[in-house]
Unconditional design. Structure first.
Ligand SMILES: NC(=O)c1ccc[n+]([C@@H]2O[C@H](COP(=O)([O-])OP(=O)(O)OC[C@H]3O[C@@H](n4cnc5c(N)ncnc54)[C@H](OP(=O)(O)O)[C@@H]3O)[C@@H](O)[C@H]2O)c1
Ligand SMILES: NC(=O)c1ccc[n+]([C@@H]2O[C@H](COP(=O)([O-])OP(=O)(O)OC[C@H]3O[C@@H](n4cnc5c(N)ncnc54)[C@H](OP(=O)(O)O)[C@@H]3O)[C@@H](O)[C@H]2O)c1
Lengths: 95, 464, 95, 464
């Protein structure tokens, strides 16, 4: 039953993170909802971490290509997401 | 690098992501928050590259360079009005990445797959694939390219979707029990792609922002599931944060529209055809009781005003009139008029839409007031200038129990001494309903494209 | 290094729980700070869970006595804490 | 019960605790929240009893019965004014439980202790033991039994504490490296007990509430550490929640007092000797410029008032005058006067002190307004009745940069048309400083025990 206990640990982490997520995100004011959307969108590119492992674990051409597509996609999500959010946030100025 | 060091760095990274998002809650700290979050991402990827699990760096380097170049270029050419589309595309590729991570993990563990792992892989592939194709359809619907914005409805649609879901569940179970047969995984990928398309096409283009927020949530959940596959807490935590954010934002939009998420997803609504021709005069004529005013009339009223509240709406975005709004506000300010903005939470087509556009036009954010902050002040205000807003100033939401938007909180624009409405015709807005505000005695309709009308107003005021 | 990885899992859970704790507790209004204090005080009696294991794992008299003291202490904390909080909260009435 | 089922139930339990605490954030849901949290506790203990690790149930049953009986009796005889003491005792026993769990785990794993486990056990024992004796000292200081409330200071005190901490660190390390020698653990327990006493005795009785909140936090951390020892996520999560709560509350108090936590812990301050004798007249005489008024004067002013704000302070708690406050408010209400309460966040001696006492006296909580809600209304108010409050209405906090409380947010009582101050003498409050409010022209001092004065006021008004 080692796999079930792995699942349980992951579940604890997941459930707590969901609580943290809802609490911190519900504090973001409507003023910043668009940057919030694009900022968290950039963060969802975290699967890049998995993609890097996928692309780099072997010399087998098939999985390497799949991995590379994953890395390109993930990088695009991350780089584009952060830059666009930054561009947007730069525009918010106080008088 | 030993595993516990990687775990420790990942923990720090998770905390940095949390702190980064927390800092998005004030405009003063938001830019630093986004930066911290980007640092966390770099740290996470860098650490992963250094774990020692990786034997092949060239392909990774090439892929990262390609992704980075496209990302940089895309982020600088996109217009602020295209944000929803942009987010849709990024969501989609993020989902694709998670989906492929699932597929590769299947091959990587081939031979020693056990049911829990295979089940998690199947889930990752499913959610990632649906996110990918769903987001692409949403993107095309918003651009009105290839796919029309109109809801694509056909008989037995929901039954077909149900059948696909049942098929996916069957495939997933079969794989979990006997993971030897790899083509089954590819069938799963294909069916999931199809499902992503089918769940989004029946939804109207105007409802896409809600769908995009929801797909944002899915892309987070896909990342989280990839974390379950890899037993990687960083992916689990970060994915969960994104998942919570997407659900929060789609919920905010649904509340603002006075509809349930189920109505958005399965209602087949949400397509408002664009006002095709007709022209202001004609449209105004049709409406009968409506009184159309000239720029001079408006200038006369504004010259004696002491306080003005500007209420922007989707029309400001559609007409790209944010800079002209700012110009008019500055002219008024120069005349000693107090100018503030009243921002409805769902004005425009995505959460915070108006704020971003006005920020782009250099309007200081402390002049942008939320509904709760400003709603009591309309009655003490001389002029309310409604720039391309419609539903968010519809008094029926407060007074007419038979209206579909009854109960939705709206801005009390009608309480101002004079209300000026800048729009092109008497056409309805997103909700597709009449707005009695336009017929009020204290309302002056200024028909025409918002940008043109605003420019004329500002020039006429300057000449005085 | 199995022990270090156990520590890491515990640390993830701890850190996330601390975030959840601060977020939810900072939303409690001053009106309810005293019940918050006594309510979380009751919750801190959760070590009763550990105490029960300690008191019940063997027939050895020495550890059983120590465990029993722990159980009495933990139970007192829990029972007293919840009852006093409940008594306090019952007093809060709207007009 | 298989381990994963236990884990799953513990996860549900953790979520219930979180939900329970979240529900403490509105008075309408707080009681249910506390109930859910209690259910979670029962579920946690019940599940643990059913895990199968337990061979000896009789002793557990006896112990639970004893603890329950004492808990029930104690919770019904304690007075609301004794809350800080009560919390101190419960904290203490909670810490003792964690400490003993650590000790027993040492014996249970004796023979296969490894450094990580032993180190965690040592930490649990340390924090649990300090919580226990520290809380007991705090309790005795508050009751002024055995130990005086005065800070007990002696030379080299901080050095002694540092030496003890170094000793504990040494013992812990030695144990982790070579856990064979059990008496070392007992030395650790003893030294930790001593440390708990020594860190609390130099702190004045009046600062005890801060110390108690901090010890509440420690008791949570001790439970969390016990969770590290037992690899029990439920203990880790729940302990962390309590830890966060205690730190939040002590921080709230420190901010309210305008002091840092370091100043509280190491400053050796915080003892204000009780006003011994003297009597109101004498005290009033000493002060010279102070004008003492009669009940009749006060009744005259109140008869023509339209709006009243009552500001309670520690004196209301000390004089047990909450019921008389409510009586007076009802008489005024019967006369058509609008009565509200202005509650300062650190009025009294613990967070939320005034709210609990007034709730006990059946004052509806919607009349209890927080400082931010009511501070702008004083200037529109006819009479402000200050019942045993002092520091929280001291205008020096706003005006006098040399005052030790300068910068602390205070209630603007002095802005009311008339301020009535009910206290026994001109003695200072907690901060030990003068209050210029008492000398203002619009201030009427009504000397005497708050309870007596309030009763007289209510009776005189009723007679009219
Ligand atoms: N913000 C979100 O997150 C979100 C997401 C999904 C849905 N929605 C929905 O979107 C709606 C937003 O309300 P809203 O008041 O901002 O917009 P609206 O009700 O959709 O009305 C926009 C108005 O702008 C006018 N307009 C369009 N182009 C114009 C131009 N170039 N110049 C001048 N006027 C122009 C249109 O009238 P003419 O055609 O006569 O010019 C139209 O009546 C709400 O119903 C909301 O529920 C919002
Ligand atoms: N709430 C918390 O969490 C907390 C925690 C720690 C410290 N503190 C500190 O405690 C203080 C609270 O301020 P506060 O204004 O509530 O109280 P205060 O400043 O301590 O003043 C209380 C006043 O009540 C009077 N009093 C005592 N017994 C009385 C009786 N039987 N009848 C009438 N009056 C009586 C005293 O004057 P006489 O002796 O002349 O009657 C005294 O001046 C602040 O300095 C705060 O920083 C608060």
């Amino acid at each position: 039953m080692v796999t079930v206990s792995v699942l349980m640990v992951s579940l604890y982490v997941f459930v707590l993170a969901v609580f943290v997520g809802f609490e911190i995100i519900s504090k973001v004011p409507p003023l910043l909802h668009t940057p919030l959307m694009s900022g968290t969108n950039a963060i969802s590119g975290i699967s890049l971490v998995g993609a890097v492992v996928a692309a780099g674990f072997s010399h087998e051409i098939f999985t390497t290509v799949l991995g590379m597509i994953a890395v390109v996609s993930g990088t695009l999500n991350v780089v584009g997401g952060y830059l666009v959010t930054d561009r947007m946030l730069r525009m918010f100025k106080k008088k | 690098m030993p595993g516990y060091v990687v775990d420790a760095i990942y923990l720090v990274t998770s905390v940095l992501f949390i702190v980064g998002i927390k800092m998005l809650s004030t405009p003063a700290s938001a830019m630093r928050g986004n930066f911290i979050s980007a640092i966390a991402m770099a740290l996470a990827v860098g650490t992963t590259l250094a774990t020692g699990e990786i034997v092949e760096y060239t392909s990774i380097a090439i892929a990262i360079v390609i992704g980075t170049v496209i990302g940089i270029v895309a982020s600088y050419i996109v217009k602020m009005t295209q944000m929803p589309q942009m987010v849709a595309v990024y969501n989609g590729v993020g989902g694709l990445a998670s989906c492929l991570v699932g597929v590769v993990e299947f091959y990587r563990n081939y031979g020693h797959l056990y049911p829990y792992l295979t089940a998690m892989i199947a889930l990752t592939v499913l959610v990632g694939a649906v996110t990918f194709t769903g987001s692409m359809v949403a993107f095309l619907k918003l651009e009105e390219k290839l796919i029309s914005g109109q809801p694509t409805l056909f008989p037995m649609q929901h039954w077909l979707n149900l059948a696909l879901i049942a098929g996916i569940a069957g495939l997933g179970t079969a794989l979990a029990v006997n993971p030897a047969y790899a083509p089954m995984l590819w069938i799963l990928v294909g069916v999931s792609f199809l499902l992503g398309v089918l769940v989004v096409i029946p939804i109207g283009g105007a409802d896409m922002p809600v769908v995009i927020a929801l797909l944002n949530s899915y892309s987070g959940i896909a990342a989280s599931l990839a974390g379950f596959v890899l037993s990687n807490n960083l992916l689990i935590i970060t994915g969960a944060l994104v998942g919570a954010s997407g659900i929060f934002l789609s919920d905010t939009m649904c509340r603002g529209m006075n509809r349930s998420i189920w109505n958005v997803l399965f209602g087949g609504f949400g397509y408002v055809p664009m006002a095709a021709g007709g022209g202001p005069a004609a449209a105004a004529g049709q409406a009968g009781a409506v009184k159309s005013y000239s720029i001079e009339d408006a200038v006369n009223v504004l010259s004696s005003a002491r306080s003005v509240i500007i209420v922007p709406g989707y029309g400001m975005a559609a007409g790209q009139a944010q800079h002209q709004v700012r110009d008019l506000a500055e002219v008024l300010d120069g005349m000693g008029v107090t100018v503030r903005y009243g921002i409805h939470p769902v004005a425009g087509r995505m959460p915070g839409h108006m704020n971003v556009l006005l920020a782009e036009a250099n309007v200081p954010y402390d002049q942008l007031l939320e509904m709760d902050q400003i709603n009591d002040d309309f009655k003490r205000t001389d002029v309310c200038i409604v720039v391309g807003a419609n539903d968010v100033v519809n008094p029926a939401a407060n007074t007419d129990p038979s209206s579909p938007i009854y109960g939705m909180p709206v801005l009390n624009a009608e309480q101002a001494k004079t209300v000026m409405v800048l729009k092109r015709s008497m056409n309805p807005g997103f909700a597709g309903i009449e707005n009695a505000l336009f017929l009020h005695d204290n309302t002056m309709m200024l028909f025409g494209d918002a940008r043109a009308t605003l420019t004329k107003l500002a020039n006429a005021l300057k000449r005085q």
